[in-house]
Ligand binder design. Structure first.
Ligand code: C2E
Ligand code: CA
Ligand code: CA
Length: 451
């Protein structure tokens, strides 16, 4: 009897040990995915009416970088230290679990938005202090999504999904912050998923076209070139404007592929116009994200070659965001583009953060005054003074100035008065397919001959 009693105890101990192993994250000693799922499920089913169950979904913001840069051993240590640090920010009765990788969940003892937000804020504050791992100090940070049951999901799965969505939005809206789930977020994520599938397919199936908007010399009225603006002809939704999908293409990296197509198409069009005897330069928009890949210069050169476009009649419009991250790299790229014969234009001038002193160091040809400034001159004299000084600075630095978004004669007259050289806007012409652009050009020449 005694013998068999020992057996049972040992068996039970072994069983307990197995259960513990199955529920523990081996790196951090925290509850693992399995365990936290069980706990959340139990919390949901035992919560009294009117009492919510709340969770926080945490994801480190730069873990992949740390791992790639310092290696896995280092990454593992960071995960351990972070989990210990997060543990100090919790309320009594909260459970911290590691889902795997750099993802954590907190099951809160108190399911109110205020208390969950307070916990999230403590975690964010704590992670502002760097972690020292040996000789290295690592700054990390995390994005946190908050969700409650039953408000944001009435099952384990939907609760975690909602918290994950809110985390994703926190990341998207700047990182190192938290968001409480809302239904609006679901729509946003659904839109992202739609874009992800369909943008890829759209690129493969050639659903994109370039429209061309004329650029004119303000003093002679001559059409000097065109800006190429992308349009997406979706079989499902019809024409989609770039503001609806460029940002997503940038975030997903698809912009590389799309941007290359833009280069090739614009170069081919410029070559066709040149062959037809038209004297037009074509400007394409290039995202900061495209410049991260230094092969972009080679792709541009290849596009020119393929189109047999010599001299280069394709120009690049870059935004200020291309200049801020790494100025030296930006200067190098811009220099290479210019060596290939492209002019480089600074788009949306005035909306970004580049300082005036920085502008003096960047080898640019043209500055495009953002259309929000053009619009503002109708409103007050302060705005006019601002535009006047912006143009003066550009001229001082020897850049040509294009005013975009000109819609009225008054706006044109104002720009002319400032000595702006080029204009673009609905007053002259909308973005049009290439064939329509040619027609527009012919009509215009006819009118000019009569006049
Ligand atoms: P953007 O480079 O500032 O382009 C000018 C935008 O202003 C265009 O919008 C154009 O249609 C619009 N516009 C032109 N004249 C007027 C006017 O007189 N009044 C008003 N209200 N608007 C005017 P669109 O075509 O919707 O393009 C939006 C943005 O999408 C562009 O802004 C550009 O940043 C981006 N984009 C367009 N094509 C490409 C592309 O091929 N690659 C990349 N990376 N971005 C692109
Ligand atoms: Ca532009
Ligand atoms: Ca612009």
């Amino acid at each position: 009897l005694i013998c068999s009693g020992t057996d049972i105890t040992e068996e039970r101990r072994a069983q307990e040990r197995l259960t513990e192993l199955a529920n523990t994250d081996s790196l951090t000693g925290l509850a693992n995915r399995n365990a936290i799922q069980d706990k959340i499920r139990a919390a949901i089913s035992s919560a009294p009416d009117g009492v919510s169950v709340g969770i926080l979904f945490l994801d480190l913001d730069n873990f992949k970088k740390v791992n790639d840069h310092y290696g896995h051993v280092f990454g593992d240590r960071l995960i351990k230290d972070v989990s210990a640090a997060v543990g100090t920010c919790l309320n009594e009765g909260d459970t911290l679990a590691r889902l795997g990788g750099d993802e954590f969940i907190v099951l809160a003892a108190t399911g109110t938005v205020a208390s969950l937000e307070a916990t999230a804020q403590r975690i964010l504050d704590r992670l502002r202090t760097p972690f020292s791992l040996g000789l290295v100090e690592v700054y990390t940070g995390c994005s946190i999504g908050i969700a409650l049951c039953p408000e944001h999901g009435d099952s384990l799965e939907s609760l975690i999904r909602s918290a994950d969505t809110a985390m994703y939005v926190a990341k998207d809206e700047g990182k190192r912050t938290y968001r409480v789930f809302s239904q609006e977020m679901d729509r946003k994520v659904a839109e992202y998923m739609w874009l992800d599938t369909n943008l890829r397919r759209g690129i493969d199936e050639g659903q994109f076209t370039l429209y061309y908007q004329p650029k004119l010399s303000i003093s002679t009225g001559a059409v000097t070139g065109a800006e190429a603006l992308i349009r997406w002809n979706s079989p499902e939704r019809g024409q989609i404007m770039p503001t609806e999908f460029i940002r997503y293409a940038e975030e997903s990296g698809l912009i590389g592929h799309l941007g290359r197509w833009v280069m090739q198409t614009a170069a081919a069009q410029a070559a066709r116009w040149k062959a037809a005897g038209l004297n037009l330069r074509v400007a394409i928009n290039v995202s900061a994200r495209q410049l991260v890949d230094t092969a972009v210069v080679r792709h541009f050169a290849e596009a020119l070659q393929q189109a047999a476009l010599d001299p280069c009649l394709v120009d690049l419009e870059l935004t200020e965001s291309c200049l801020i991250e790494d100025e030296a790299a930006a200067i190098q790229l811009i220099t290479q583009f210019r060596q290939l014969g492209a002019q480089v234009h600074l788009d949306d001038f005035g909306t970004g953060y580049s300082s005036l002193s920085q502008l003096g160091r960047i080898p640019l040809d043209v500055i495009k005054l953002d259309r929000s400034f053009v619009r503002s001159i109708n409103e007050n004299t302060k705005a006019q003074a601002l535009v006047r000084s912006m143009v003066a600075v550009a001229q001082e630095l020897n850049f040509k100035v294009v005013a975009e978004g000109i819609e009225t004669e008054a706006e044109e007259a104002f720009m002319k008065g400032l000595g702006v050289e080029y204009v673009q806007g609905f007053l002259y012409g909308q973005p049009m397919p290439a064939v329509e652009f040619e027609q527009w050009l012919r009509e215009r020449q006819k009118l000019r001959l009569i006049a």
